[in-house]
Design a protein around this ligand. Structure first.
Ligand SMILES: Nc1nc2c(ncn2[C@@H]2O[C@H](COP(=O)(O)OP(=O)(O)OP(=O)(O)O)[C@@H](O)[C@H]2O)c(=O)[nH]1
Ligand SMILES: [Mg+2]
Length: 682
């Protein structure tokens, strides 16, 4: 995600909703209209659930960040109507009316208020656009609650498929509320929806209740006059027009409360009911129902029309691939395959043409003076740099930027969001994780685009466990030869497992839950050359300045150590790890240490240290597995460390080193003892 996408222009004279000041927004609507889908599309990784007092159906609640503002979003159980409700539905209505307070008429019911939080500031009425007609009756009723309403005209894709065309502007004008079309399942329209919610919250205007037909209005007016008394208004603490309509429709709950609290007024109401029943062509309740139904049908006919053969655009077709709840995974997997192809075909070829060729050219230079050794080490460091930048960083960052510019990346992030939620992260980290398969350096750099500091740290820490192409190369070279396809597969599965477990553990270390976010789904577009190149350059430029000195410096130090004959010392110093813990020959100490420069160096050095290309003659399969497991997880290379210093700071970068060494040791030890145990059994 580009920074420009997350930063909203701020106007400071406007009220900012944050912390305790958050706007409370409730999602209401009929069963299966998409309330929970909207909620989960923007929810944070962890949200609160509970039950409204005396109900069985759960609500969910969490803060959501919208630019500089935050709202408290509440996903409520379904609500079919405001009239004649019973059981859970009635309790939901009580929450909408009274929030965390009990008015006089409801004090006797239970000690706890309807909900532990206040009544909403803004109502979002989620409508299934593909069956608009059924939703319009409630749309006519909702304004009676006296709350600002925004309509989310959801399932527009379904409506389109069924050939239902809706004039949303006319609908908005007729109902007096803003109407935003959405496809919650694909994240379309959610940004606009939440911007509108904020706008409505800032200038709250409650829509006027839709007037009933004149013959009903006349009775409503009479009834209103009978009950319009200050003590009644105070006791019910609800808009007078709603109480009037509820009593007119003989709503059981409100009538019974009226009976127990204002028995002296009840006879007047009853008299009015029977008079109306006699005068009107049908009983009053039926007449009011029929009138509302009629008005909703007229409204539907005004705003909607059926078209035959709806046109499906190529964007819709692409969205089926990228945003469909199950097909969408195929789209993401194909991008995953493209990244792998990039790494194993393009990057390897580029590497062979650039860094590998340069390394070949200098391989004959074997200096025997300290200055020569330093010179050679500097050259090695620079070649290492070219080996990271040319084959991996530039193509991968270029690909990342192209994915962002085309709008594909936002879709992948949207689809895989719920998987990442399981390890406490947001879907936006998906693409950095993918890039990590090529090289951890651009992957960690890409986490800079995440707006939450906590997510940046946690995903950077986890990305170091994604096997980059250098590590995969060693696993493939040694594993495929000595452990077989199954062995290699298990090693990669182990990486996935370690990342998942660590993700959960790290959630405890960084318990702060970042608020939910709206994932913007921009329109598709061809990436343009100029922004593509400049964006790629601006992302690689500052990494270069920080990676270069560390890579060259590290290379010089290690070369000097080797020149001074410190190999022996290094091997002895590392013996507790190599020999005691991992059960490997001491000579593997140097390759392990040098691996921090660039992991593929390890492979060459393993051959040198063991004195043979036939590793299987020196190490048994348990040793090879243990060694590979250790190599997979231990310290990220020095370039990764450098980029971490820049992205997550020194403290976390050092923590990452400690974490990777710790994890590598623990997992390698477990592997070793597990395999030895298995071996003993057979
Ligand atoms: N095609 C399509 N399906 C959607 C859309 N939004 C939600 N759905 C699907 O509609 C179904 C119901 O969605 P939910 O979000 O569970 O509906 P709800 O309003 O929370 O339902 P209740 O909690 O039972 O009231 C799910 O299968 C969603 O995947 C949409 O925009 N388009
Ligand atoms: Mg739901």
């Amino acid at each position: 995600m580009q920074e420009s996408d997350t930063i909203q222009p701020l106007t400071w004279h406007e009220h900012i909703y944050r912390g305790e000041n958050r706007l409370r927004v409730a999602l209401v609507g009929q069963h299966n209209s998409g309330k929970s889908t909207i909620f989960h599309a923007v929810a944070s990784t962890s949200y609160r659930t509970g039950k409204l007092t005396g109900t069985h159906k759960p609500y969910a609640e969490c803060p959501v960040q919208i630019g500089a503002d935050e709202v408290h979003l509440v996903d409520l159980p379904d609500l079919q109507s405001l009239r004649d409700l019973q059981g859970d539905d009635l309790e939901a209505l009580k929450y909408l009316l009274w929030g965390d307070a009990r008015p006089l008429i409801s004090r006797h019911e239970r000690s706890e208020p309807p909900a532990p939080f206040s009544r909403p500031d803004v109502l979002v009425y989620v409508i299934d656009a593909s069956s608009l007609q059924q939703s319009l009756e409630l749309a006519l009723e909702l304004p009676e609650l006296g709350l600002p309403v925004v309509i989310a005209l959801n399932m527009m894709d379904e409506a389109h498929r069924k050939g239902v065309e809706i004039d949303k502007d006319l609908l908005s004008e007729k109902l007096g509320v803003p109407v935003i079309p959405t496809v919650a399942l694909k994240g379309h329209g959610l940004t606009e929806l939440f911007q509108q919610i904020l706008k409505t919250g800032r200038k709250p205007v409650c829509p006027l209740p839709q007037p009933a037909s004149p013959h009903i209005q006349a009775w409503a007016k009479k009834l209103h006059e009978a009950i319009d008394q200050p003590e009644i208004n105070e006791a019910f603490a609800m808009p007078g027009s709603m109480l009037t309509m509820n009593l007119l429709e003989k709503d059981a709950y409100f009538l019974s409360e009226f009976e127990s609290h204002f028995p002296e007024t009840l006879p007047a109401i009853r008299a009015l009911h029977s008079e109306a029943d006699k005068t009107l062509p049908r009983p009053l309740t039926d007449e009011v129902h029929a009138d509302r139904h009629h008005r909703s049908v007229v409204l539907f006919e005004d705003v909607a029309r059926l078209v035959h053969k709806p046109k499906i655009s190529w964007e819709d077709r692409l969205d089926m691939l990228f945003l469909h709840p199950s097909w969408g995974l195929i789209g993401s997997l194909s991008v995953f395959a493209a990244v792998l192809f990039m790494v194993f075909e393009v990057s390897t070829a580029l590497d062979a043409m650039s860094a590998a060729r340069l390394a070949d050219m200098v391989s004959g230079w074997q200096p025997d003076t300290a200055t020569g050794v330093i010179g050679r080490a500097v050259v090695d460091g620079l070649i290492g740099l070219i080996g990271i930048v040319v084959p991996y960083m530039l193509p991968l960052v270029l690909m990342l930027v192209a994915l962002e510019e085309s709008g594909i990346m936002h879709r992948i992030a949207f689809v895989v969001d719920r998987f990442f939620h399981a390890i406490g992260l947001h879907g936006k980290v998906a693409v950095p994780f993918l890039l990590g398969l090529g090289c951890n350096v651009p992957a960690i750099a890409a986490t800079k685009g995440l707006s939450s500091g906590r997510d940046r740290v946690v995903s950077s820490l986890l990305i170091t466990f994604v096997p980059c192409s250098a590590r995969s190369a060693i696993v493939l070279a040694l594993g495929a030869k000595y452990l077989g396809v199954m062995g290699v597969f298990l090693l990669f599965t182990l990486s996935l497992l370690v990342i998942a477990i660590l993700g959960r553990l790290l959630s405890h270390r960084y318990p702060e839950i970042s608020p939910g976010m709206i994932q913007e789904i921009p329109a598709y577009g061809w990436p343009k050359m100029q922004p593509l190149l400049s964006s790629t350059w601006s992302r690689t430029r500052d990494i270069l300045t920080i990676v270069t000195p560390l890579l060259v410096g590290g290379s010089v130090i290690l070369a000097l150590l080797q020149f001074a004959g410190a190999d022996q010392i290094i091997n002895t110093a590392l013996a507790p790890v190599t020999v005691w813990a991992l059960g490997l020959p001491a000579v593997l100490g140097v390759p392990i240490l040098f691996g921090v420069l660039r992991k593929e160096l390890s492979l060459v050095m393993i051959y040198q240290a063991l004195g043979t290309f036939e590793v299987g003659q020196v190490l048994d399969s348990i040793q090879i597995t243990t060694f590979l497991v250790f190599l997979l997880f231990y310290i990220p290379c020095v370039s990764t460390f450098a980029v971490m210093l820049k992205v997550i700071g020194r403290k976390e970068a050092f923590f990452s080193i400690a974490l990777s060494i710790g994890v590598a040791l623990i997992v390698a030890l477990i592997t070793r003892f597990f395999l030895t145990g298995m071996h003993g059994l057979t």
